[in-house]
Design a protein around this ligand. Structure first.
Ligand code: FES
Ligand code: FE2
Length: 448
């Protein structure tokens, strides 16, 4: 439970708010780069600011305020020029710094104009466009491992969620929701559809393990790491688990990333919770399908994007895949959930840490210090989990998510992805390689 004031502090993202000032110390992913192939000028709303992202004719990216200085025309209808973006109404030309550098029908030179469009630096990495909206100088764009890991196929799933970003992010501070949102609710939906038996016939189906993750919980653990925090669940045979064991859950990377799956695994993912404004979130699943040394991955010219559907053709919610189940419960907490009206339990231990870490980093910025994961220079690769892949360990036994060629893509958003056929072929080749090498391991059905 939080005080209403603390809830405001952690959730508001507009300019000048404590949380918004923290967010403005980070490079923020704002769009898949390949979206600019479809349309080189796009409106984006990030941290409560309305902006226009564009690629000009020289291939340079720009991000500027959305209203023309002349008479307020929305620049999402702008025309890319050789160096900047032109307003479609009277042709004023704005460069990457937001400065008007040409106004074709006016007698006086642009130099007389004191006003500028708002403008922010943008860079591309791993098929995503990132913006930095904070004070100059901009930090280095961190080269988080999944963005730069070689020998991998990638695709980007985007979704707009109609609630505050922290609700989405708290979901991964919450290992036990898996048993219900992805277990019992999943089961309920499949039974309603009359296809539970058929859909879950294979022992590796995610549902079986998701249900098991709710049984025999002894305690949850959570501890800070260099880049965020780690957490998981300790199980006890005495309390009904198959044995005494520990299951690590996904890694939280500050400020808004979660990594599921190991780097270098046949499937791993960043879930990125980008605040559009206080009550909307741009949710990015950055999906990576890597192969071990010895298996060649086909090269992609660009990283494709897709939008997994949340409703069927009759307007009914689609709830038979994991991301849609998460999206439902995030929305269902309300636009900004009232954390002063919560009743937290023992399973919320990691959420308490997540909130404390966020509050601490807001305080650092208030005190003029740099928050964690603020890099003046970025190494060639930064491992968010703190570990480089070690292929001598049985990394690849990492569960059903190396079996997409056998139908196991079906439980999550990946099933809608444009790279799915490539991924299925990759997983088939990984299996053949492992069998030939004698390194194939039994799959362990662990939730991602
Ligand atoms: S309104 Fe943009 S040039 Fe006139
Ligand atoms: Fe989930």
């Amino acid at each position: 439970m939080l005080s209403p004031a603390m809830n405001e502090r952690l959730t508001r993202v507009g300019p000048g708010t404590p949380g918004g000032e923290l967010m403005r110390r980070y490079w923020i992913p704002i769009a898949p780069y390949s979206q600019l192939d479809d349309n080189p000028v796009r409106k984006v709303r990030i941290l409560g600011e309305d902006l226009v992202l564009y690629k000009d004719n020289s291939g340079k990216l720009g991000l500027v305020g959305d209203r023309c200085l002349h008479r307020n025309v929305d620049l999402q209808f702008g025309i890319p020029d050789d160096c900047g973006l032109r307003c479609p109404y009277h042709g004023w030309l704005f460069n990457q710094e937001g400065k008007c550098i040409e106004r074709p029908m006016e007698a006086t030179p642009c130099g007389e104009i004191k006003q500028k469009l708002k403008a922010y630096p943008v860079e591309e990495l791993g098929g995503l466009v990132f913006a930095y909206m904070g004070p100059a100088p901009a930090p280095a764009l961190p080269r988080w491992d999944l963005f730069v890991w070689p020998n991998a196929i990638r695709q980007i799933a985007i979704m707009q969620i109609n609630c505050n970003w922290l609700q989405c992010h708290e979901n991964t501070g919450d290992p036990t929701h898996s048993a219900w949102a992805h277990g019992h609710m999943f089961q309920y939906v499949l039974k309603q559809q009359g296809r539970f038996e058929e859909a879950t016939a294979q022992a590796e189906h995610t549902l079986h393990t998701r249900l098991k993750t709710g049984v025999g919980i002894k305690e949850l653990y959570a501890h800070p790491t260099t880049h965020g925090f780690a957490k998981g669940v300790n199980y006890s045979q005495e309390l009904g688990a198959d044995s005494d064991y520990t299951r690590d859950h996904s890694t939280v990377i500050f400020p808004f990333y979660t990594q599921t799956g190991k780097t270098g695994a046949p499937r791993s993912e960043y879930q990125i919770r980008v605040p559009i404004d206080d009550t909307h979130t741009y949710h990015i699943c950055y999906q990576v399908y890597a192969a071990p040394p010895g298996v060649e991955v086909p090269k992609q010219d660009s990283v494709p994007w897709y939008e997994p559907p949340r409703h069927d053709e009759n307007g009914r919610p689609i709830l038979d895949y994991v991301l849609a189940q998460d999206a439902l419960v995030w929305d269902a907490q309300g636009p900004i959930t009232d954390r002063s009206a919560e009743l937290l339990g023992r399973t919320d231990v990691p959420i308490v840490l997540l909130r404390r870490q966020l509050d601490e980093q807001i305080t650092r910025v208030e005190q003029g210090e740099e928050p964690i994961n603020f890099f003046r220079e970025s190494p060639a690769i930064i491992y968010g989990t703190g570990e480089a892949p070690d292929y001598s360990k049985p990394l690849l036994k990492h569960n059903f998510r190396k079996l997409y060629h056998k139908g196991f893509f079906n439980d999550d958003a990946d099933r809608y992805g444009p790279a799915l056929e490539m991924v299925k072929d990759l997983h088939r080749r990984i299996e053949e390689f492992e069998l030939a090498q004698g390194t194939a391991t039994a799959t362990e059905n662990a939730p991602g």
